[in-house]
Design a protein around this ligand. Structure first.
Ligand SMILES: NC(=O)c1ccc[n+]([C@@H]2O[C@H](COP(=O)([O-])OP(=O)(O)OC[C@H]3O[C@@H](n4cnc5c(N)ncnc54)[C@H](OP(=O)(O)O)[C@@H]3O)[C@@H](O)[C@H]2O)c1
Length: 291
């Protein structure tokens, strides 16, 4: 199989390419994997993506490319829609023309966060931010254009290849004895390595449709940060605050946790607990920093 990963320099995309090329899984040796990012393709341009897809002729396209700065999306609205909505449409259209399956990464931010239980795939999206709205438009475009797709909604990613919430908190904890963190945003922290392996499972089982995939369990941002410092052993006191005391440009869904039962049943795989994945990640970045 030929697999094209778009957004391959991103936090998730780099792990996806690495895991799909990892020789320790014999299945990988049957596949040819190529990664492209901004220097090779602009998904906001149909001719650009059409050319890359035409050259590689993939059987599967994994689209990890997106405009992911949630706060910046509020002011750069047309860019957000050009990449997250029109870009997703362009990828689906070019993929369909090449007969390729589209695996597209989406987000918990398509929901408004008012549900008091984890969201299932059939819950009605109602995004509250420009980022969420642009990502939802991308999802709808793919569903309108092709039947051969898997849309994977995930959340609260952390990984080795870019700064993220965990690295930001660790850096802040190095400079401050006290950090104030919100207690009323709930989600499921998800390790990009675990999600990459789940995407491989999505390919192997030829899953079609929308799936929620995160690490298992959920927590508040406050609980997440407490766990980070418990694992690093840093003496930082974490103070609970409400979101109303920490204003950001983009509105954020309060309960963004996703129910991943559909994926578990379809694949026979359960994602590991988020705090177990976090522990492995923190060990890895500490080793990387010390070498
Ligand atoms: N991070 C999270 O917490 C999170 C949560 C839920 C869902 N997601 C979704 O997961 C996916 C991967 O996220 P991530 O955190 O890995 O994002 P990321 O690190 O920002 O990577 C996205 C990649 O896409 C590239 N890109 C942006 N615009 C492009 C364009 N027009 N054409 C081609 N490439 C373009 C970026 O290049 P530049 O760096 O040069 O812009 C970057 O390399 C995204 O779909 C995101 O919406 C992320």
């Amino acid at each position: 199989m030929k697999i094209l990963v778009i957004g391959s320099n991103g936090m998730l995309g780099r792990d996806v390419v690495n895991r799909l090329k990892n020789p320790s899984d014999p299945w990988n040796t049957y596949n040819e994997v190529a990664g492209v990012d901004r220097e090779h393709v602009d998904i906001a341009s149909y001719s650009s993506i059409l050319m890359v897809v035409g050259q590689f002729a993939p059987d599967i396209i994994i689209n990890c490319a997106a405009f992911t700065d949630v706060d910046a999306c509020e002011t750069q609205v047309s860019e957000a829609f050009a990449v997250n909505a029109a870009g997703a449409r362009n990828v689906a259209q070019a993929g369909k023309a090449a007969g390729a399956k589209i695996i597209h990464i989406s987000t918990d931010y398509v929901f408004d966060g008012t549900k008091n239980k984890p969201y299932v795939e059939t819950d009605k999206p109602n995004p509250v931010s420009i980022y969420g709205k642009s990502k939802l438009e991308g999802e709808l475009a793919i569903q309108e254009l092709t039947n051969n797709y898997a849309i994977i909604r995930t959340a609260w990613l952390f990984g080795s290849h870019r700064d993220n919430f965990v690295t930001t908190m660790v850096a802040l904890g190095g400079k401050n004895k006290t950090l104030s963190v919100v207690t009323d945003q709930i989600g499921s922290p998800t390790y990009t390595i675990d999600l990459s392996d789940a995407l491989r499972t999505v390919i192997k089982h030829n899953l079609q449709g929308i799936y929620h995939i995160t690490n298992t369990g959920s927590c508040s941002r406050y609980e997440w940060v407490r766990k980070i410092f418990e694992l690093t052993g840093d003496c930082v006191s974490v103070l609970p605050i409400k979101s109303s005391n920490y204003k950001r440009p983009a509105p954020v869904p309060q309960n963004a946790s996703l129910d991943c039962t559909k994926y578990a049943l379809a694949s026979g795989q359960k994602m590991r607990q988020w705090d177990e994945a976090l522990k492995e990640y923190l060990n890895k970045i500490t080793i990387l920093k010390n070498n």
